[in-house]
Design a binder for this molecule. Structure first.
Ligand code: MEV
Length: 334
């Protein structure tokens, strides 16, 4: 029997990067998904094919033995998937091999929509469903956060796990003050915001942008902390406005967040151009989303203005698309 699962990518309305420094962020799952098809095989063989990422052709014992201690051990795009399977083998004592095929709608070449988190969440869902293990969504943090840290070059917030596992619109805050890292999230309910997303087609790895900001923070901690505090204020106001359906205000706050992301050095001239065009053609507001330095931008648009804004983003050299926002998290398909 073959099972199919999926998990969504996401966008940040507010708070990427500062969320790594324990400030709040607001993010939403979007209907660009990663799909995993899985079936058991006789024996202990494990094969994984991931469109655009690569392949794994291995077995239970070698995957269990292989350990990835730090981000430096991730040398191929398949390593996080190998790492996850190894962790699951250890935790659940898996006894049978499987064949897994992964396909994604998320533009992972340029980044910004958490494609790797979506891959891991859909794989985790697929394997746990196949072997009928109870893995509640809250446990996705415990299992995926260490991988997230390695993917992002040594530090991460874990915020994207909220979208990929639970879906919807969420506020997220990381709390590392206690003995155990805590992942606090609040579902912000059903919302109906129209986004036009622009893919800059400039490859940017979050594994490089997160360490870039960390380096800046280590060298200029005062100004970075100040910027993070300002973003926190924007997130607080943004949450109020978003819940109340005040799209215009949400857009203005997105613009303010973009200013601060630019001062952190994670924007890019092409993103700036796409953002400017989107605003001029009628968007309420626009900003980069995710790690930045390339990847995607999002624009919040009044209903009926989607095509106009999409056209302006394309004229600025981006690839524009619309998608449903606030969709379901990791799930069984069919
Ligand atoms: C990347 O999608 C979001 C960042 O805030 C990193 C993280 O939260 O781990 C840049």
């Amino acid at each position: 029997m073959t099972l199919k699962t999926s998990a969504p990518g996401n966008v940040f309305f507010f708070g990427e990067h500062s969320v790594v420094y324990e400030r709040p962020a607001i993010l939403a799952a979007v209907n660009k998904r990663t799909y995993s098809e899985i079936k058991k095989v006789n024996g202990n063989h494990i094969s994984v094919k991931s469109e655009g990422y690569g392949e794994i052709d291995s077995n239970l014992s070698s995957l269990k033995e292989k350990k990835y201690k730090s981000y430096e051990d991730y040398t191929s795009q398949m390593d996080p998937i190998r790492d996850l399977i190894g962790i699951l083998l250890e935790k659940f004592n898996l006894a049978s091999g499987f064949e897994l095929e992964i396909a994604s709608e998320i533009p992972h070449s340029s980044g910004g929509m958490s494609s790797s988190t979506a891959v891991l969440a859909s794989v985790l869902k697929a394997i746990s469903e196949l072997f009928q293990w109870e893995v509640p969504e809250e446990d996705y943090f415990e299992l995926l956060y260490p991988l997230q840290v390695k993917i992002h070059g040594g530090s991460a917030s874990g915020s994207e796990i909220t979208s990929s596992s639970m879906g919807g619109y969420n506020e997220f805050v990381l709390d590392k003050s206690g003995e155990e890292t805590e992942f606090n999230f609040e579902n912000l309910g059903k919302q109906s915001y129209n986004l036009v997303i622009g893919d800059s087609r400039i490859e940017a790895k979050t594994g490089e942008t997160v360490p870039y900001v960390k380096n800046g923070w280590e060298n200029h901690s005062e100004s970075y902390e100040k910027a993070f505090d300002e973003i926190e204020q924007i997130v607080k106001k943004g949450k109020e406005a978003l819940i109340k359906g005040k799209a215009k205000e949400v857009g203005q706050l997105m613009d303010q967040n973009q200013e601060l992301l630019r001062t952190l050095g994670v924007s890019h001239p092409k993103l700036e151009k796409m953002i400017k065009e989107a605003r001029q053609s009628g968007a309420y507001g626009a900003k980069l989303s995710g790690g930045g330095k390339g990847g995607i931008m999002i624009s919040l648009v009044p209903e009926g203005k989607e095509n106009q804004v999409a056209k302006s983003i394309e004229e600025a050299g981006g690839k524009a698309f619309t998608t449903e926002v606030g969709v379901a998290g990791a799930k069984l398909e069919g």
